[in-house]
Design a protein around this ligand. Sequence first.
Ligand code: NAD
Length: 275
Amino acid sequence: MQPLLAGKVAIVTGGASGIGRATAALLAEQGAAVAIADLDEDNARAAAAAIEATGGQALAIRTDMRDEAQVEAMVAAAVVRFGGVDLLDNTVSCNAPEQTGADGEVHEMDIAIWNRALEINLRGPMLAAKYCIPEMLKRGGGAIVNISSTAGILSLGTVPAYAASKAAVHSLSQSIATAYGKRGIRCNTVAPGFVDTPTTRNMGDQFFAMTLDNNVLPYLGRPEDIAQAALFLLSDAARYITGQLLAVDGGQTIHLPVVADMWRLAAGRPLVETA
Ligand SMILES: NC(=O)c1ccc[n+]([C@@H]2O[C@H](COP(=O)([O-])OP(=O)(O)OC[C@H]3O[C@@H](n4cnc5c(N)ncnc54)[C@H](O)[C@@H]3O)[C@@H](O)[C@H]2O)c1
């Protein structure tokens, strides 16, 4: 069978680690040439080398997604190397403290935490889209996946900056899908639930156990599970799907109790707090 992405060029932002790395590997396995854009140059190079070792095409590009000039240069470098851009997977995200439950409550939050989450998780994907879309239009269309989080669907209570950035990234997907659909570009959002990655390892065994308890399925997600959803949405198999939000979360968000309750219990706080 022909690989799903034969002849395509993909950019994966945040592709040096975890979900992004698994996605870059899967897109390459399915025939795409993959540019891995990440601040972590060593791991980006290692991810690209692993793809090339299995016969794929990959390029690591050190990019700080907060810097518009670097994002523009990154897309230009991918075009020089591979001849254009068809697909964009925005996995880039800030990690600790935003992903480890420590944004702080709104009334005492350091505004730098808020700004950093929005800058990396929302502005970064927007900038990548800004410079990839003209390249996609030159090739008659393309597809974009923005990685959100179930934290952008339901409140975790403890990560207001991270959650707001992740909710907003789906709004960005809808705007792109609406504006560019007639010009051949689809854009969707994938919202992972808890996935076993280097970042979530920091959250500790107790959180792993509670998440497993709350999943409908009897196992935790792996980076490859999110990569498979991104592959589908980026491929022509999803040609009639745009502007949608797909939760890949083991069923975590389809039932009660809600995640906010899990966090309170983990902190040893009562479910119902009095003033
Ligand atoms: N792991 C989970 O359980 C989980 C759950 C829900 C959502 N998500 C989302 O999935 C995505 C991947 O999560 P992960 O756990 O694999 O993350 P990760 O921390 O392993 O990888 C994130 C990557 O982004 C890169 N990065 C950070 N700041 C950057 C910047 N300014 N410029 C360029 N690169 C930068 C990091 O170097 C890293 O390689 C993120 O968008 C995250 O919010 C993850």
